[in-house]
Each structure stands twice: as structure tokens, then as C-alpha cells.
Write a protein that binds this ligand. Structure first.
Ligand code: AKG
Length: 322
């Protein structure tokens, strides 16, 4: 039996059209882009990522890291974290057991000024706007203290958006990132691959209906596609303050942590197009009456704004105690 060809995810965004390179050249001729910006955009269109030196003060990066120590002391009930499972309120976190590799904090921009500054950073936002070709909106932030060891994936497989493929993400190094700390791993050029069909017509992974069998079959299918095209993974070993911006469809994940003493402090922002993304939601595992847990969806339409740049508020911000 021949293999399924996969699904083409039609974002409708200019960067995904076959004439993207010509459009960049035309905008360069019209003086709308500098030579450097045109070169970087062309690289992004071809490779699916670009690396930037952020012009943020070091105190912002260090302040965010110090702020996370404070969050661990205060454990706010209206902030979420996840450790090897669903997101839960920080007030339920157990530092001794859970402050370790693979944990993350969701939307710390609601509690830390430095995280908000990066969430709405002007340089990142300008690049994301250039890539999307329209007004972006930051939709979520994540803080990682250690390597995530996250499975290789493409964001549209797991993160819903209003329009297919309307997403860009930025990964910011809050300290020097070495190869042994479980650095971000990505596959240049993989954004142009078709999508595996987990079920007929479905490119998203749905954990309520799918499991290890679908994950394994998808991994094999994608591995073969990458090998056929000679695509190979690369580690983002970064300097403090460097950021990698990736295309929605770029394969990425967390490399294995080989130095158990290492940290990998990093901050991630996901963006979509403001026009197509009206509401942000977050599902938490909340305690139920029987001593178990039930999923509760928190949603918000509230935006935070700085200098005309917008992002969604943490949906849990200001929530009453559970
Ligand atoms: O930081 C990582 O290890 C992975 C982050 C990631 O996959 C994401 O935020 O989409």
C-alpha cells in the first residue's frame, strides 16, 4: 500500500506563498525593507527560522530569573505550571518534587514585569509582524528553568489557532545555552513538509482520542520525510539574550539533558494574527469533590498592551482560589 501524501496546511499568509522571495525583493526595491531585513526574511522563508540578538538590558533577563525564585516562594493561585502532566495552579506545586527538568510556568507575564517586557518586546514584535504580514498578538508565554525534553513537534499539531498556521514563536535564552542542558532542537527547512494525518483530514494530535500508536506512526512518517529531503536537526546553543524565531510548521522540541546539574533558563512567546485570534484559553487540572481532578477551561479576551503591541492576559489572572 502506498503511503499517504500528507496534508498541505494552507495558512494563506504571504510568507507561505510560492512568490514570497519575489515579494521580498519588490519590497526591498520599494525601500520598505533594508538589505539586511530582506536577507533575513528570505532566510526565514527558506529555512523556517531566524536568530536575533535582542537589544534588551541584561537586568530584564536576570530580573525574570530572580522573579521565578520569588514565584516559587509565593506560589500564586492564579498562575499555572506543569510538570510531566496537565497544567495546575502554582499554589498546588511541590518544589522538592517538581522544580526539576521538564517543568514549566505558563504565562508568567501576568506576575513578572520582566516577563511582560519580553512578551511585548518591540524588536520581536516587529519581526513577527513582518513575517505574518499583519498585526500580531502574543497569545501565551512559557518559562523553562531546565531542559523540557519535549517531543519533536510542529506547533499546529498541539496549539490551536483561529486560522491554520497563523502562528510564530520566539525562544529567548535567559542564560548561555550549552549543548548538554537540553537545548532547543529544531530542523531547518522542515516547515515546508506536509502534515501527517493522525486521522483522515486531521493534522492536530488529540490526546482524548489518540495515543502512543498515532504518535509512533506520525514520528516514523515525519522521520522518513525529513530523511528523503536531507533535513537534519540542529541545537540552538545560544548566547544569553539571543532569540530564535520559528515558523509555525518548523519541527522543534527539547534535546535530552545530558548534564543533570545544568539549567536551561529560557522564555518562549507564541504569537498569532490579531484578526483571527479572539480568545485565549488554558485547561487546568483542578481538584474535584471526590479528591480527584477534573479539567477546567479558563478563557480570556483581555489584552495587555504596551506601545501599541498587544498580547493576551493570562486567562487565570485574578481567578478566585479553587
Ligand atoms: O523549549 C523547549 O524545549 C520547547 C518549547 C516548545 O516546543 C514550544 O514552546 O512550542
Amino acid at each position: 500500500m502506498s503511503e499517504p501524501a500528507g496534508i498541505h496546511l494552507d495558512s494563506g499568509l504571504w510568507i507561505d506563498r510560492p512568490d514570497a522571495a519575489e515579494r521580498i525583493a519588490a519590497r526591498r526595491r520599494a525601500g520598505e525593507l533594508t538589505a539586511d531585513d530582506a536577507e533575513r526574511l528570505t532566510f526565514f522563508a527558506e529555512q523556517g527560522y531566524l536568530v536575533l540578538d535582542l537589544e534588551v538590558p541584561e537586568t530584564t533577563l536576570d530580573g525574570l530569573v530572580a522573579g521565578v525564585d520569588r514565584l516559587w516562594r509565593e506560589r500564586p493561585h492564579d498562575l499555572a505550571y506543569a510538570y510531566d502532566g496537565p497544567a495546575r495552579r502554582f499554589s498546588r506545586a511541590d518544589e522538592a518534587r517538581e522544580r526539576r527538568r521538564r517543568y514549566r510556568i505558563h504565562d508568567p507575564h501576568s506576575h513578572l514585569e520582566e516577563a511582560l517586557a519580553l512578551y511585548l518586546d518591540s524588536q520581536l514584535s516587529a519581526w513577527v509582524a513582518r513575517i505574518l504580514g499583519e498585526e500580531p498578538v502574543a497569545i501565551q508565554s512559557l518559562f523553562f528553568e531546565f531542559g523540557s525534553e519535549q517531543t519533536m513537534h510542529r506547533d499546529p499539531m498541539v496549539v490551536p489557532t483561529g486560522a491554520p498556521g497563523h502562528m510564530v514563536a520566539a525562544w529567548i535564552a535567559l542564560e548561555e545555552i550549552t549543548p548538554d542542558c537540553g537545548a532547543l532542537v529544531y530542523v531547518p527547512g522542515s516547515h515546508r513538509l506536509p502534515y501527517y494525518e493522525f486521522a483522515p483530514g486531521e493534522w492536530m494530535f488529540d490526546g482524548s482520542r489518540m495515543g502512543e500508536a498515532e504518535i509512533g506512526a506520525g514520528r516514523e512518517w515525519y522521520d522518513r520525510r525529513q530523511r528523503e529531503r536531507g533535513l537534519a536537526p540542529r541545537l540552538f546553543t545560544a548566547r544569553k539574550g539571543e532569540a530564535l524565531i520559528w515558523h509555525a510548521s518548523l519541527f522543534h522540541g527539547g534535546a535530552p539533558v545530558t548534564d543533570p546539574e545544568s539549567t536551561r533558563r529560557s522564555f518562549v512567546v507564541h504569537y498569532s494574527t490579531r484578526r483571527t485570534y479572539p480568545e485565549r484559553s488554558l485547561t487546568l487540572a483542578e481538584p474535584d469533590e471526590d479528591g480527584g481532578e477534573r479539567p477546567v477551561v479558563w478563557a480570556t479576551r483581555e489584552l495587555v498592551e504596551r506601545g501599541g503591541r498587544r498580547g493576551f492576559e493570562n486567562p487565570l489572572r485574578g481567578a478566585p482560589r479553587a
